[in-house]
Write a protein that binds this ligand. Structure first.
Ligand code: 13P
Length: 257
């Protein structure tokens, strides 16, 4: 059984691949072919978040492999004149169980702030989707000792969440995303402990994933940190081989505890 800081977790870790704006149909088909007969190990839940255009084509193929499907974003209205937007029910219709919300790329490039993120959370829950809420500090914020204050402000979107709402949180330090830099095990352990404490204060007891340059070489060390219950993987999820090595590392850690 995993001992995670001050609490005990019996939850299955989640390894989720965020393809971001990558992936053509032929590449997605190749990814599935490369998975071959590898089944997801029982100890770990596996999910893939391809771009919208690949949701329908991948839905059935991934289901056969026991891999869950998710989207990278959603709009909060159920339907209507919102050109270019995708609703939570459309994601359900495409077979999604998860939706990533508030990724730092959406916060920083598209200017998404707490008010919008709160609306998207509510819409995801009412459609039966499980949001993966991303939080994380910039390098200057960490250097200025602001990490916990930033995370607390980002988690404030959960203040009005319905009790027992399905939720996963992903801690992704912005300075570790796509840079090859990973947070050290000490930084990850300390920050995950703070996030779990904050979630408890807000009435949530949910998985907290780590994200930021997770690769086959560092996955076992990161997954073994107390309070880490999976990973949100960017670049290394684009190839079946490296993604499944990370899945296996997480399964080994889960099985050994
Ligand atoms: P990388 O794994 O490429 O650093 O991306 C992390 C991430 O942003 C996942 O959402």
């Amino acid at each position: 059984m995993r001992q995670s800081g001050s609490y005990t977790s019996r939850r299955r870790p989640l390894i989720a691949g965020n393809w971001k704006m990558h992936g053509m149909l032929d590449e997605a088909q190749q990814f599935v072919a490369d998975l071959g007969n590898i089944a997801s190990p029982d100890q770990v839940e596996v999910a893939l978040m391809p771009p919208y255009t690949l949701l329908h084509p991948l839905s059935e193929l991934l289901r056969q492999k026991g891999i869950q499907l998710g989207a990278q974003n959603v709009y909060y209205e159920p339907k209507g004149a919102f050109t270019g937007s995708i609703s939570p029910l459309m994601l359900r219709d495409a077979g999604c169980r998860y939706v990533i919300l508030a990724h730092s790329e959406r916060r920083d490039i598209m200017g998404e702030a707490n008010e919008l993120i709160g609306k998207k959370l509510a819409a995801a829950w009412s459609a039966g989707l499980e949001p993966i809420l991303c939080i994380g500090e910039h390098l200057e914020e960490r250097q200025d000792g602001e990490t916990n204050a930033v995370l607390r402000r980002q988690l404030a979107v959960l203040e009005d969440a319905p009790e027992g709402a399905a939720l996963t949180v992903a801690y992704e330090p912005v300075w570790a995303i796509g840079t090859g830099l990973t947070a050290s095990p000490e930084q990850v352990t300390e920050t995950h402990a703070f996030i779990h404490e904050e979630l408890t204060r807000l009435g949530h007891d949910c998985r907290v994933l780590y994200g930021g340059s997770v690769k086959p070489e560092n996955a076992a060390e990161l997954m073994a940190c107390p309070g880490v219950e999976g990973a949100l993987v960017g670049g290394a999820s684009l190839q079946a081989d490296s993604f499944m090595k990370i899945v296996q590392a997480a399964a080994d850690v889960a099985a050994g505890e």
